[in-house]
Design a protein around this ligand. Structure first.
Ligand code: UDP
Length: 243
């Protein structure tokens, strides 16, 4: 493993499902403990870590709206789900000795700071982990888009997208198609052109326009967050232009 980290400031995107572990819903204490330990190892390298966690393990707006619910209301519920996940993650990180601040895009001062960009950067400089909760604060967006937006705002070097059931980007779903091929390198244009289901198109466009690299990798293997931060070639790397 290389001595110095490849990236100094990262955005780690965890899907809600990553917190659910094997059970597929809710929050699995063992999984969250494993994630917290892995984040601690990265922080120990002096890397500045911002985390965005999804809410799909609790609630997804689109599912609510498919059942006749008003989409915006269902999306606000999704954003509240991300706050619950963020608090669980903060609790676990602090139990592991990692100073953590949660900043919420929807104000709820009793449980989290409001999102203030310059304050978030200050926390990062002090080596505190910052968890951005409540997505962008707007319905009709995703936490992938939140990761792209916040990465651009805090000038992160990379977005690390941790998946819990796949170890990179494939030409087809590898659990269904035995001929599915894994890509090592892609561009955002490839994602958009070929409709590869890595992140939604709003998030891809934002990353492309702001030239933010993205590493898609599996969180199932312990130590992978650190490997990705150290620049080991795991998973798939997506860039703005061909390298
Ligand atoms: N959401 C939203 N605006 C945002 C981010 C999230 O409305 O900026 C809602 C949306 O309903 C989404 C839910 O929050 O379905 C949970 O987020 P997401 O689906 O991105 O979570 P993940 O798939 O990563 O678990």
């Amino acid at each position: 493993m290389a001595e110095a980290p490849e990236y100094k400031r990262i955005v780690l995107k965890l899907s809600g499902e990553a917190l659910a572990g094997e059970q597929g819903f809710g929050i699995d204490p063992d999984m969250i403990q494993s994630i917290a330990e892995q984040v601690r190892d990265v922080v120990d390298h002096g890397v500045e870590v911002a985390i965005i966690v999804g809410g799909g393990n609790i609630w997804r707006g689109i599912a609510g709206s498919a059942k006749g619910m008003d989409r915006a209301t269902a999306d606000y519920m999704g954003m509240l789900a991300t706050v619950m996940n963020s608090l669980a993650l903060q609790d676990s990180l602090e139990n592991n000795g990692v100073q953590t601040r949660v900043q919420s895009s929807i104000e709820m001062r009793q449980v989290a700071e409001p999102y203030i960009r310059r304050r978030a950067i200050r926390h990062l400089e002090k080596k505190r982990v910052v968890i951005f909760a409540a997505g962008t604060g707007n319905p009709f967006f995703s936490t992938d888009t939140t990761a792209a937006l916040r990465a651009a705002e805090i000038e992160a070097d990379v977005i690390l997208m941790a998946k819990n059931n796949v170890d990179g980007v494939y030409s087809a779903d590898p659990s269904v198609d035995e001929y599915a091929q894994k890509y090592d390198n892609l561009t955002y244009l490839d994602l958009l052109k070929d409709g590869l289901a890595v992140m939604d198109s709003t998030a891809s466009s934002l990353c492309m326009d702001n030239n933010i690299p993205l590493v898609v990798f599996s969180i199932s293997e312990k130590g992978n967050i650190e490997r990705a931060v150290m620049g080991e070639e795991i998973g798939t790397i997506i860039r703005g232009t061909e390298s």
